[in-house]
Write a protein that binds this ligand. Structure first.
Ligand SMILES: Cc1cc2nc3c(=O)[nH]c(=O)nc-3n(C[C@H](O)[C@H](O)[C@H](O)COP(=O)(O)OP(=O)(O)OC[C@H]3O[C@@H](n4cnc5c(N)ncnc54)[C@H](O)[C@@H]3O)c2cc1C
Length: 476
């Protein structure tokens, strides 16, 4: 049983199938060496992976099973394990990243050719990404009709954890020591904030879901946009690593009284499905503009501004709050993800690919489908994207969604003493107000790294000149 991004024992089609065969089971996990993959696991994701594998090891241990850890090229590792153990069958749940699908197909073929059975099963999605199609039998590129079509389908029940496993009775093959993979940072250890924020593993994922459904779910529709509240589920890393499946979420929601909040929540889980099918049908999504006319965009090469953005030193409080939340916790609120992504690709006119890479390395929920679709959506070059001229105004967003500055004060504490009015825009505060709040602009907190109006105009001009001759900039 090859564990991948499905680090759980319940609603696990491959594991259930393996248990049903009555064959002895030997679970294993392969860490691909970084140089074997372009989008190899980012630093924050590695931290999560370590904790999640520990949790899976514990859960398997309770079933008398051990998780064999190996690193290297999946095809060679599997061939070697089959040889060492005499396995007659290898099973796994599908992942839908384009390179994984190709690799898995090759592995399946070569296993079968060598006389070993190989079966893959539906992975951590509600529907296979090729299943939901338009009336003209093409993949959806727009979310709303996609979701309408999903809502008309039946979601298969979630599978219970198998009651019994037959554990491998031979000599267990050698396993790497998890620590030897060095997934966790040591010098420096930057993971304190991650440890303080997250509890990792299948049980914790279900606890988090239960807690969310008991508390925030009912008001999710109104609160999900307010970054200063715990208004969303924070299930994204659990979902990414497959500690919980979307089917389990779906049925847990379904089992409760329906309300507007939980319907909106399911719709967000639907966005995840949408992104997965988008990546499946557009394998270049992580690396190329879906709308090719954006290839002409004159992105600026500006490493200094990129570094200010990455480190939360742009001088725009909402942007800096978001980027610091990301750095410290490995997660950022969705509303703020949209605003910081817009700031990078529009105010700074830096190619969204740089932002995507930074998110990839720093998010614990870094997910090829959701991340690339999210960036393309905000940058305006993706399917069903917000138009490029929809440039988020960081101050307006801040006043609207963080009116009292709760979020900003948490992540940019040097601005905490400013009034609710000025905290969104410290450069507008009077010298006396700045003095009273203990702020020296340019010293204790940066001056804005670009002028909002000028940056906005620069982005619109670049867009008009290089991408569109038909769209006019609107005052969004
Ligand atoms: C630029 C950008 C980059 C992003 N990168 C990622 C990423 O790497 N990984 C990731 O999981 N999400 C990403 N998102 C989507 C979204 O921001 C996160 O899924 C969400 O903030 C996670 O918090 P939550 O679990 O509390 O979400 P909730 O609001 O509780 O939603 C429940 C689940 O629905 C899914 N979901 C919610 N919103 C979206 C969305 N817009 N697109 C796709 N799925 C969604 C997630 O799996 C989430 O866990 C990105 C969004 C943007 C704008």
């Amino acid at each position: 049983m090859w564990f991948r991004r499905d680090l759980r024992l319940s609603d696990h089609a491959a594991l259930s199938a393996a248990a049903e065969t009555g064959l002895e089971i030997l679970p294993f996990f392969i860490q691909h060496d970084d140089d074997l993959e372009d989008w190899h696991t980012g630093a924050a994701s590695k931290w999560w992976l370590h904790a999640s594998l520990e949790s899976l090891q514990r859960d398997l241990g309770k079933q008398d099973l051990r998780l064999i850890l190996r690193h290297g090229r999946a095809s060679s590792v599997i061939a070697s394990l089959v040889k060492e153990t005499g396995a007659s069958m290898v099973v796994w749940n599908r992942c839908y990243d384009p390179s994984t699908l190709d690799r898995d197909a090759t592995i399946k073929n070569s296993l079968r050719q060598s006389g070993c059975k190989a079966e893959s099963f539906q992975g951590s999605v509600l529907f296979e990404p090729w299943e939901v199609r338009t009336g003209t039998d093409s993949p959806y590129r727009v979310f709303t009709p996609f979701w309408r079509a999903c809502r008309q389908r039946t979601v298969a029940p979630a599978l219970e954890q198998p009651r019994q496993f037959r554990s491998f009775s031979g000599e267990w093959p050698q396993s790497d020591d998890l620590d030897s993979w060095k997934l966790q940072p040591s010098k420096p250890d930057w993971a304190t904030g991650l440890r303080e924020t997250w509890e990792v593993g299948e049980n914790c994922a279900h606890e988090r879901l239960g807690q969310f459904l008991d508390t925030a779910a009912a008001s999710y529709k109104q609160d999900r946009d307010l970054p200063g509240l715990d208004g969303t589920s924070m299930l994204s890393p659990h979902l990414h690593f497959g500690e919980i499946s979307p089917r389990q979420i779906w049925h847990a929601v379904d089992a409760r009284e329906p309300n507007e909040g939980s319907e909106t929540f399911l719709k967000e889980v639907g966005w995840r499905e949408f992104c997965h099918q988008l990546l499946f049908h557009n394998p270049a999504l992580p690396d190329k503009n879906l709308r090719a006319e954006f290839d002409a965009m004159p992105w600026r090469d500006d490493p200094e501004s990129l570094a200010l953005w990455q480190t939360g030193q742009t001088g725009y409080p909402l942007i800096d709050a978001g980027m610091r939340q990301l750095w410290q916790t490995g997660w950022m609120h969705n509303r703020v993800r949209m605003v910081v992504a817009s700031f990078l690709s529009k105010h700074l006119l830096i190619d969204w690919l740089h932002g995507e890479r930074w998110f990839w390395d720093t998010l614990v929920d870094a997910d090829l489908a959701n991340n690339s679709a999210g960036w393309q959506w905000v940058a305006g070059c993706g399917a069903d994207a917000a138009p490029f001229f929809r440039i988020f105004n960081p101050m307006t967003q801040s006043r609207k969604f963080d009116a009292k500055g709760t979020y900003i004060r948490t992540w940019v504490p040097e601005l905490a003493a400013l009034s609710d009015r000025d905290v969104h825009e410290p450069w507008s505060a009077s010298p006396a107000e700045l003095l009273a709040a203990g702020i020296k602009l340019g010293e204790t907190y940066p001056e804005p790294c670009v002028d909002h109006g000028a940056a906005r105009q620069r982005a619109l001009d670049a867009y008009k000149a290089h991408v569109s001759t038909s769209n006019n900039g609107s005052k969004d």
